[in-house]
Design a protein around this ligand. Structure first.
Ligand code: MG
Length: 248
């Protein structure tokens, strides 16, 4: 069942998501060659707890860290580690979740490490723009999969592929709530969006195949062809006036 959130609840979700946005901004500034992803995780956890919130991912289904740090061919769910040291030319997707006063925040960005290839830059731009194309389609009465389709259409028009194995989601008093929000779909199908719904939209976009492998740690999702992948996510409240991006 999809819970519609009151204006008071949406403000609580905004508070949780503002912390996520602040942490992402901070981590973006720390990303540099020589930094390892465990350092980013430590910084994020300290900052989240400082703001009176909790890291939502830590312990979620047994996930061992506060952020997901997914470098290059890692699509999502990369586990921060001292052994993963960023190098010039890498891209890193950072996903942050918080729980604050019973409500969740969730957002992700992909960040360049130093100078990156033109292709990596283009992948990041197309992925970010596909998220914005999806958000632009959000309005009360619109079909959910029209939003999904806009994302897919933007990505495929640029020659990249959309990951099917992971999807966006409703978010509220749980990190993952219905509905699922795929990044592909048939326009004018699916449920109709309503004011008060809150969803996380999160396209994962690959340069090559959309096929996914999960590594032996049970978490790390990589592209089967080991080509680059990018990930951007926002949490959005649907209002009578349209989308309200809570994670900015
Ligand atoms: Mg999410």
């Amino acid at each position: 069942m999809i819970t519609l959130r009151s204006p008071r609840e949406i403000e609580k979700l905004r508070a949780a998501n503002r912390i996520v946005a602040a942490v992402l901004r901070h981590l973006r500034g720390l990303v540099a060659p020589g930094v390892n992803t465990a350092e980013l995780d430590r910084e994020a956890e300290a900052m989240i707890r400082d703001q009176g919130a909790e890291p939502a991912f830590k312990g979620y289904a047994g996930f061992p860290a506060s952020i997901c740090a997914s470098v290059n061919e890692v699509i999502v769910h990369g586990i921060p580690s001292r052994r993963v040291v960023l190098r010039e030319g890498d891209i890193i997707s950072i996903d942050v979740g918080t729980r604050c006063d019973g409500y969740y925040g969730d957002a992700a960005i992909t960040v360049p490490v130093g100078d990156i290839s033109a292709e990596a830059e283009r992948l990041m731009t197309v992925t970010r723009d596909s998220l914005m194309a999806g958000i632009d389609a959000v309005s009360p009465g619109e079909h959910l999969f029209t939003v999904s389709h806009r994302i897919q259409e933007h990505v495929e028009r640029h020659g990249y592929s959309v990951v099917r194995d992971f999807v966006g989601h409703g978010i509220g008093t749980q990190l993952h709530e219905p509905p699922q929000v795929p990044n592909y779909g048939k326009p004018h199908t699916g449920m109709r969006l309503k004011a008060g719904m809150v969803i996380a939209i999160e396209p994962m976009v690959n340069i090559g195949t959309c096929e996914v492998d999960i590594l032996a740690d049970g978490w790390t999702a990589v592209t089967r062809d080991r080509k680059l992948s990018a990930h951007f996510e926002h949490t959005i409240a649907i209002t009578e006036q349209g989308p309200d991006i809570l994670s900015q």
